[in-house]
Write a protein that binds this ligand. Structure first.
Ligand code: NDP
Length: 450
């Protein structure tokens, strides 16, 4: 934390805390931004006098609703659904839906807050939002998932629209769920619009959207390494998660000649000393996307691997890609990474690093890519899906991939512009926060006291 502005930062965080009690994840995301934005604002009077940061921390709207559904045995069930519409100064609200038992207002507000900065960084006309439900898709039948999605959309459909709010997937919401949600929206409104992204290719989806977050994270890490005269070839990589982001991060790393040695889920991680190659990754995709099984089944097929409880950060590596969930790298994990001489950490997940871990990583001058920059490829490609839907066109994989690469390159350049500390060090946290902030803040100023 900036020593000069320590008092201002603490006062601001206390103010946000008093307005949002019992929301630790939201407060964490705000603290991380305040630490870099408050010193910046101090040099830019126009943002300070207009209370831009205070306004940014207040969602424009939050909706919470009941989601009743019936399971396969005829039991009545009820969950809670949410949509946090955080900021629309750059465009319609945009951000994923998360279905996970841990979902609550604090988690969705932190995600929506981060999304505002991330969407700004993409340079596309997208506001920020996030939503979801405390529903656990694990162990549910396809019919149960469909009934839940339909009930969820009956209520959510009142608040979204192509020019208003365009959700997408996130944890627990993949191609299957997006299909059911889109189908129900279409029935309710009797219109075929691009109201949700991540759709199937046959009905308005974009090529490379499925791959985009993982690929984009690797493109971003490549830019960072390149700036340091390094590359991905032969690097030992530790990846966490085994869902969408982890799978496509791994795929691109393999393509670039790196060696990925771990993947995980909430039950533990597999360590494959020989590396996860294309064939093994195809098996992981089968296990996770079709069989919906646990990652531990991997070791039954591949004898080079072992399964361990906990998280993979104690495994020696050159580079780490957290791609599972928030706060999955804590202080102790960061100490392992430093001790093992890890060179860089690139966030595929949203806020996977705790504030304490981040300060260890930064004190030791490891390369560090914050998720709001490095995982922005997913939402950027969602933005490209919206453009294709408006034009009634479908671009080729090469075209979308090229645009994705250019967007990640551009985000990287912007982070360097605002985050360069000296000749040898770029603070990407500061760079991403300031670059994201400036665009949103200027749009808010231009639009009056909104
Ligand atoms: P998926 O649901 O496809 O996969 C999530 C993975 O993380 C699973 O392996 C899951 O394991 C694991 N996981 C979830 N919660 C926990 C937990 N509490 N502890 C340990 N492991 C956990 O989600 P995505 O891959 O889409 O999302 C992963 C991260 O990336 C999230 O932070 C998300 O917000 C972020 N993100 C996703 C984008 C996208 O386009 N999908 C875009 C930008 C960011 P299990 O199956 O056991 O739950």
């Amino acid at each position: 934390m900036s020593k000069i502005f320590e008092k201002e930062i603490q006062e601001f965080v206390q103010l946000v805390d008093s307005r949002n009690p019992n929301e630790p994840e939201f407060l964490q995301a705000v603290t991380e931004v305040a630490e870099t934005i408050i010193p910046f604002i101090a040099e830019h009077e126009k943002y300070q006098s207009a209370s831009i940061l205070e306004r940014l921390c207040e969602p424009e709207r939050v909706v919470m609703f009941r989601v009743p559904w019936v399971d396969d045995n005829g039991n009545f069930k009820v969950n809670r659904g949410y949509r946090v519409q955080m900021n629309s100064s750059l465009g319609p609200y945009k951000g994923g839906l998360r279905f996970h038992p841990s979902v609550n207002l604090s988690i969705l507000k932190f995600l929506a807050f981060e999304q505002v900065f991330k969407n700004s960084l993409t340079t596309l006309p997208l506001g920020g939002g996030k939503g979801g439900a405390n529903f656990d898709p694990k162990g549910k039948s396809d019919a149960e998932i469909m009934r839940f999605c339909q009930s969820f959309m009956i209520e959510l459909s009142k608040y979204i629209g192509g020019n208003k709010d365009v959700p997408a997937g996130d944890i627990g919401v993949g191609a299957r769920e997006v299909g059911y949600l889109f189908g129900q929206y279409k029935r309710i409104n009797d219109e075929f619009t691009g109201v949700i992204t991540g759709k199937g290719l046959d009905y308005g989806g974009s090529r490379i959207r499925t791959e985009a977050t993982g690929y984009g994270t690797v493109y971003f890490s490549e830019e960072m390494l390149e700036l340091n005269g390094d590359g991905l070839k032969d690097k030992i990589c530790v990846v966490s998660g085994s869902g969408n982001v982890a799978q496509y991060t791994t795929e691109k790393l393999i393509e670039r000649g790196a060696k990925v040695v771990t993947l995980s889920d909430s039950s533990g991680y597999i360590y494959d000393k020989d590396g996860i190659d294309t064939e093994k990754l195809a098996y992981v995709k089968h296990l996770k996307n079709e069989k919906r099984a646990r990652i531990s089944e991997y070791i039954e097929k591949y004898k080079s691997a072992t399964f361990r409880k906990g998280r993979p950060w104690s495994v020696p590596c050159d580079l780490a890609y957290p791609c599972a969930t928030q706060n999955e790298i804590d202080k102790e994990d960061a100490e392992f990474l430093v001790k093992n001489n890890c060179k860089g950490i690139f966030e595929g997940a949203n806020m996977p690093t705790t504030i304490e871990a981040l300060s260890i990583i930064q004190d030791n001058k490891l390369l560090f890519a914050p998720g709001k920059a490095s995982n922005a490829g997913g939402v950027a490609t969602s933005g490209l899906e919206m453009s294709q839907n408006s034009q009634r066109l479908s671009w080729t994989s090469d075209e979308v991939d090229y645009r994705l690469k250019m967007i990640m390159k551009n985000i990287h350049e912007n982070c360097v512009k605002y985050g360069r500390v000296d000749e040898n060090y770029v603070d990407y946290v500061k760079g991403a926060n300031v670059a994201g902030f400036v665009k949103v803040a200027d749009a808010m100023l231009a639009q009056g006291h909104v």
